[in-house]
Design a protein around this ligand. Structure first.
Ligand code: NAD
Length: 289
C-alpha cells in the first residue's frame, strides 16, 4: 500500500459516524490497486454539524469523491453544488463526486436495488410494486423505481413518524414522475395490504423487520398473499435469507431476492461515478476469500 502512495495520489473517503467498522477502505483500495488508479481511500469520523467543513476540505484537498453514511446524508445534500434527480427528490446523498471543484451529490441505494433486480432478470419498468417502509432504504427504492419507469408504487408504513415521510415522497413523485401512480397506506390495514399485493408484480420489504437480532420476524404475517409469480425482495442483508424470503419461497414464489446484492450494486454504481470503470467485483470476492 505505502509503495502506491505518491505525491500525485488522489484521495477518496467515507465520511460519517461511526466509520471504524467500515469495509469500504479495504474494498476501494483493492479496486484502485487492481485498476492501477492513482487513488487511495480513507474513512473519516465526521459528525453531522461538521459536514460543511468536511466538504470544504474535500474541495481544498481536491478529493475525487466521498461516500457518505449516517448521520451525514441529509446535511451533505444541503451543501452540494448539484444533485442527481434521485438525490434531489430524496434530499439525501450517499456518493459525492468532485468534478473540478463542483460537488455533485448522488444517491446510489435505489440504483443498487434496481441493478440487483436486473441481475436477477427483473426490469422494474412497467411494474407495479408494493413497498413496505419509508425510511432511508425504502425511500431511495421508491424514488429510483419511479424514475426507472415503474407504473405504480403502493407504500405501506406503520403509523409512526416515517408515515409522513412516505406522504412527502408521494407528493414529490406526483410532480416529478406523474406517470407513476404512488399511493400511501397504513400498514395496520391488513385487508388493504392484501388487496394491493394481489395487484402487484413485486413486493419489497424496505423496513428493518427481520434484521438480526430479530431474524424471527417477518413484515408479512398473512402467507396467503404469496403466489408463484410474485417477486419478493428484502433490503435486509443480515441474515442473507430473511424469514420473509424463506416463507415466500416455501409458499411457491419463484423469485426471492435478498438485500446483499443491493448493497453490492450500490457500491458498483458509486465506483463507476468516481472512475468510469466497472468495479472488479469477482476479483475482490476472491481476494477476500
Ligand atoms: P430507517 O430507520 O431509515 O427506516 C426504518 C423503517 O422501518 C421505517 O419505515 C419504519 O417505519 C419501519 N419500521 C420500524 N419498525 C417497524 C415494524 N415493527 N414494523 C414495520 N415497519 C417498521 O432504516 P433504513 O436505513 O431504511 O434501513 C432499513 C433496513 O434496510 C435495515 O435492515 C438496513 O440494514 C437495510 N439497508 C439495506 C441496504 C442495502 O443495500 N441492502 C441499504 C440501506 C439499508
Amino acid at each position: 500500500m505505502e509503495q502506491r502512495i505518491k505525491g500525485t495520489t488522489g484521495l477518496l473517503a467515507l465520511i460519517g459516524s461511526p466509520v471504524g467498522h467500515s469495509g469500504s477502505p479495504d474494498m476501494y483500495n483493492f479496486c484502485f490497486r487492481y485498476h492501477n488508479l492513482d487513488y487511495s481511500y480513507m474513512a473519516f469520523d465526521i459528525k453531522e454539524d461538521q459536514v460543511p467543513a468536511a466538504l470544504d476540505a474535500m474541495r481544498l484537498f481536491k478529493m475525487r469523491g466521498c461516500n457518505v453514511t449516517m448521520p451525514c446524508k441529509t446535511a451533505a445534500a444541503q451543501n452540494m453544488d448539484e444533485l442527481s434527480p434521485a438525490a434531489r427528490i430524496i434530499g439525501a446523498v450517499n456518493t459525492i463526486v468532485n468534478e473540478n471543484g463542483k460537488l455533485i451529490g448522488h444517491m446510489t441505494d435505489g440504483i443498487g436495488f434496481v441493478e440487483n433486480l436486473r441481475d436477477h432478470g427483473v426490469d422494474v419498468k412497467g411494474k407495479k410494486l408494493v413497498i413496505l417502509g419509508a425510511g432511508g432504504a425504502a425511500t431511495a427504492i421508491q424514488v429510483q423505481c419511479a424514475l426507472d419507469g415503474a407504473t405504480s408504487i403502493s407504500i405501506f408504513n406503520p403509523d409512526d413518524p416515517f408515515l409522513d415521510r412516505a406522504k412527502g415522497t408521494a407528493a414529490k413523485l406526483k410532480n416529478e414522475v406523474p406517470d407513476c401512480n404512488v399511493q400511501v397506506f397504513c400498514l395496520d390495514d391488513p385487508g388493504k395490504l392484501k388487496e394491493e399485493i394481489e395487484k402487484a408484480d413485486i413486493l419489497v420489504n424496505g423496513t428493518l423487520v427481520g434484521m438480526k437480532p430479530h431474524e424471527d420476524r417477518s413484515p408479512i404475517t398473512d402467507k396467503s398473499v404469496f403466489r408463484s409469480d410474485l417477486i419478493v425482495c428484502d433490503v435486509v442483508y443480515n441474515p442473507e435469507e430473511t424469514k420473509l424470503l424463506r416463507e415466500a419461497k416455501e409458499a411457491g414464489c419463484a423469485k426471492t431476492i435478498g438485500g446483499k446484492g443491493m448493497l453490492l450494486w450500490q457500491g458498483v454504481a458509486a465506483y463507476k461515478l468516481y472512475t468510469g470503470l466497472d468495479m472488479p467485483v469477482e476479483e475482490y470476492k476472491k481476494y477476500q476469500a
